[in-house]
Design a protein around this ligand. Sequence first.
Ligand SMILES: [Zn+2]
Length: 147
Amino acid sequence: MASIDLAGTELGDTLDHLTQYNDPDLNLLVTAIRRLATRELTLTETQTLGVALAGDIDSMDATGAIGLLHAHLHNPTTNPALTRLPFDQQDTAAQYGKATAHALTDSQLRNTASLACASLAHSGQCSNCGAWFENWPGGICDACRNR
Ligand SMILES: [Zn+2]
């Protein structure tokens, strides 16, 4: 299979933009996103990554982690660089950092990501006996139905 080229795409442009900050750890994140975007994935891997990136119902996903990191970096108790600022400026930074974390951990943000992941379902669970079947949308399995 031909490798996937991100050049000229919105994702590719965003990743290229992020490399302009020249931060080695940010570049690791860019590399990880680029690899995830261009790697050949199975349906199951795609579903799992969809949840891990932005579809976890408890917001314990990469999007939530970035929001929480933003709050962490803008809090003077977790980032000593901020303690050089006047107290009111530290408070303002911490409040906006928390607001960013709140926005990026909002469960509403997960609705479309969860639906996207669910739309890839290629196995289903019987709501009666709990058995999983490949290529079945779910419901009540034949064995339970014929009892
Ligand atoms: Zn069943």
